[in-house]
Design a protein around this ligand. Sequence first.
Ligand code: IVH
Length: 688
Amino acid sequence: MTNAPPITRLADITAYAEAVQLAVDSSAAYYADGTSTLDDDAYDRLVRGIQAYEEAHPEQVLPSSPTGKVAGGAVVGDVPHTIAMLSLDNVFGPEQLADWAASLERRLGRPVTAWSVEPKLDGLAISARYRGGRLAQLVTRGDGTAGEDVSHAIGTIVGLPARLAEPVTVEVRGEVMMTTSQFEEACAKRTAHDGTTFANPRSAAAGTLRAQDRPYVCELTFFGYGALPAPEDDSEPAVSLRELPHSQIMEWAARQGVQTTAATPVAGIVTDTLERVQERVGEIAAARATLPFGIDGIVIKCDLAADQARAGFSSRAPRWAVAFKLPPVEKVTRLLAVEWNTGRTGVIAPRAVLEPVELDGSIVTYATLHNVADITRRGLMLGDSVVVYKAGDVIPRVESPVVHLRTGEEQPIAIPQVCPSCGDAIDTSQERWRCVRGRQCRAIASIVYAVGRDQLDIEGLAENRIKQLLDAGLIADFADLFFLTREQLLGLERMGETSTDNLLAAIERARTRPLSRVFAALGVRGTGRSMSRRIARHFATMEAIRAADAEAIQQVEGIGPEKAPVVVSELIEIGPLIDKLVKAGVNMTEPGATGPTATTAEPSSELPLAGMSVVVTGAMTGPLEPLSRNEMNELVERAGGKSSSSVSARTSLLVAGEKAGSKRAKAESLGVRIVTPEEFAELVAALL
Ligand code: IVH
């Protein structure tokens, strides 16, 4: 658990005035577009310093001071809120939480009847106004009394339905954010568009929510944390929520179709003991790093309306709730060096070497820097203090330099003039720089990938053997493997008869792999294993894939207008490699697939999993034990189902092996059917 961050000590009125200015600027930037030069920790420290100074010098308090103001005084938007959207007071550890609870109970003059404990979602507060069950308006928090109308985002936010189950007039409040996968998707879209990326999921969500004229659309996620009945003067039928406990309001909202955190591993709980509150705080904190969305604390609320009414509000926050803050996932550290690596497809990617810093439970030493344009745009220099972000399963990222911490000693970042791997020239015509030799540059890496278990699965072909074959000039790419002769292999050092025959047999087996595997082996940028399966099933033959233009490629689920042209140009680039594979007699068709024009493109309803969305989790046992996760997904798809990696209300079946964790819990809470690997094996027995 954390302790309160030390405060910034302000020596005199000049330091105080500067601190106020810095806090106001930082807060304005944070509320405008989610960017801020200060991490949460530094901001809290600063505001506490300002507070301490004001307590000692009440006569010097500046009107612009952020203390006691919602959103640090940042003013955004002109749609008045029906009821102010308040902030929350913070505590930084179990003792402070206990102190806060004790003082609340003193104020109430009796113990709190029931506590509600839930995650503090790290996104942007939004008010969703429903009239007669229809989503009519979306308003940001702004300064708490008025916000900005962002109704244009209606329809792009998962979890915020356009219609509720009942025709009620109600205001749902909650947090808009991006899940890890939405964030990655959004970054990919933006990179394809202008070569830049979003700094972190929070600022990506902030920018996306306000964006109106972007040529690409990014999906957002909403989690509700409150609902208010419509104002009494409203003519529409209102719902009576006024007397309900908070937990029941949230259950009601979920029944209306609004997403709440109830279906996540950090679902809210209600308890009447502070011990259980503290315990749940620990559980939520422990689950944080595994969540597919960001949380920055835990919110503890009085559950009952009566307790809330009695506790009341301060000017800034309710007295019946508090935020238990978790350590920041964003910190300032130093950029020590930039390393340049050429990847499997020839793309040259910079990587930041950092002064090690603890973030979200792990020590971060390296972080991604995306590309040269990104470095230039951010104006990064070696020795800079930089904001680094890491949360949950998001890869650590360098956001921006903290310019006011520069010492003058910073050095420009050397941009490579030649490929760091082979020394050949760099193709800089695209935002993502590439070695002019493309895939040839890192032939070893691309062959290792192609023969891997989830691609061609050529057993016994380890990296050192591939290197030996390359050095001997026997292969230049993985298609050449199919032309190797027994004599050539026997001529190699450390290659006996048995290993030669085993390798030749393994290569022979690889010749008959389904198209999805062959396509995956090509390592087309922007397509992984599951995308390769979708492409193969959609087109059925390599010929059809190669004949497809960007528009046709876009018919494949998950390929948008940004990715489609990349796939098309990649296929042209690797054309000679594909020709060689065809010549080698490698299978180029997908068993069971019929192609886009066939009328039977829909999965046959005779297949055991037809029309079902299936998630596999935990370790497989019984007949399925030897299957990798990729092979399980292939099996699901062969059986007519759709494989997915996350459980949602749309999931039809969860195959839960040993040590199944949060996905099982989520499936249980959503009432999704759960089967053991053995039961699943029986279900698909005909295909095993
Ligand atoms: S209750 C009047 N519950 O945190 C009570 N807020 O720092 C206000 N937040 O503005 C909100 N998760 O944007 C509440 N489970 C949760 C929350 C939550 C995130 C945000 C919200 C609020 C901010 C205050």
